[in-house]
Ligand binder design. Structure first.
Ligand code: XIL
Length: 355
């Protein structure tokens, strides 16, 4: 059983507010007395249920009231504000405004944070991408970035996604400016710098998509973890982004198997960016039902695994989801619809966490 002592105490508290009867809260309880997803997740032995939050909607009071509601979300990830493009837009000039807006509000709300990310090929400013640096220069740029951002958020993050999306689908290295200039060792350098410049409690994660089943890419990530453990390079976790499509999401069993593959290598796992998009719009009632099943399977796999610490959805509100921008024609991937109604997927997750 993975419930830490403090949480075990919490889990023993009787569920005075848990009204039977599903969505409506039953005849006895008004909806707002229902325990939220984080409350249910903690009772189920997880550390948190969380969400990504984006700066662009922080003027929407309804959005804000849900985002920082600790009963729903015990953890937040800034969707963009801690990425290189925003934190070091020009060389040596650091900016924490967007990150702080979310980090500070979440501290006030008593939520945990996953911080995202130190090294990625995307949302990287041109000065890095097109700087034509030597290996030595780019290594020192990498260290300086992690030093400033890592020290600034020193112990504010439960976890950092140290390296994001370093591999191709076939398990080969993605040909990024990092790989091409520094070589494959940029990954271990990033983890060493992250260990050096963040609090010793910060969990250091490798994070990627399409590694939720056992396949060429996830097996390659497992090799990386094994190699790091053997050579004492710090790594504490693997983040499965879990960007899924309704009806094509990995099964409960497949996700269990993958999480176990990583846990067996002595790293924890988290579902870091869960969303389940409709493959086409408008959605049908069948898609809505399937989306609920897919969300529930993912959360259940995390809950039932030995060391899957929590689930983060990649935003909870359809209008701010990244999906329609990235996959034109697809969407409705979140747990709340545009009118802020909770979808069947929300209740399916709550049911799985109550089991
Ligand atoms: C996305 C953000 O949600 C968008 O707002 C932004 O325009 C692009 O990036 N994988 C990741 C996240 O690791 O950082 C991405 O976030 C979604 C895919």
């Amino acid at each position: 059983m993975k419930v830490p002592a403090a949480l075990a105490v919490l889990a023993a508290i009787p569920l005075a507010t848990a009204a039977p009867g599903g969505p409506g809260g039953g005849p006895h309880g008004p909806k707002n007395k229902e325990p939220g997803l984080d409350v249910l997740a903690k009772r189920a032995g997880l550390l948190y249920f969380g969400t990504a939050i984006d700066n662009v909607v922080l003027n929407n009071t309804k959005y804000v009231s849900i985002a920082y509601n600790r009963s729903e979300f015990g953890q937040v990830t800034p969707s963009n504000g801690q990425k290189w493009l925003f934190t070091e837009p020009s060389r040596g000039v650091f900016n924490f405004t967007d990150g702080d807006e979310i980090v500070k509000a979440s501290i006030k709300a008593g939520q945990m944070r996953r911080c995202h990310n130190f090294v990625w090929h995307s949302q990287l400013p041109e000065w890095v991408e097109k700087g034509n640096f030597t290996k030595k220069e780019l290594t020192s740029i990498l260290e300086n970035h992690i030093k400033h951002v890592g020290k600034y958020y020193y112990d504010a993050c439960y976890a950092w996604d140290v390296v994001n999306e370093a591999f191709n689908e076939d398990g080969t290295y993605r040909e990024t400016v990092w790989y091409k200039t520094i070589g494959p060792e940029y990954i271990e350098l990033a983890f060493k710098f992250a260990r050096k410049y963040t609090s010793k409690h910060t969990r250091l994660y490798y994070n990627d998509y399409n590694i939720e089943t056992v396949n060429n890419k996830s097996t390659r990530v497992a090799e990386l973890v094994k190699d790091f453990k053997r050579r004492n390079i710090p790594i504490d976790g693997v983040g499965l982004q879990a960007h899924y499509t309704t009806g094509r999401s990995p099964s409960y069993e497949a996700q269990m198997k993958t999480i176990k593959m990583f846990n067996d290598l002595r790293v924890e796992v988290a579902l870091t960016e869960l969303d389940v998009r409709m493959p086409s719009l408008p959605e049908t009632p069948e898609m809505v039902a399937q989306q609920a099943t897919d969300y529930a399977n993912a959360v259940k796999a995390c809950k039932d695994s030995k060391d899957c610490v929590g689930v983060t959805v990649w935003d909870f509100w359809d209008p701010v989801s990244w999906v329609p921008y990235t996959f034109p024609g697809q969407g409705n991937a979140c747990l709340w619809d545009e009118k802020f109604n909770k979808k069947p997927a929300y209740y399916a997750i709550a049911d799985v966490l109550r089991e």
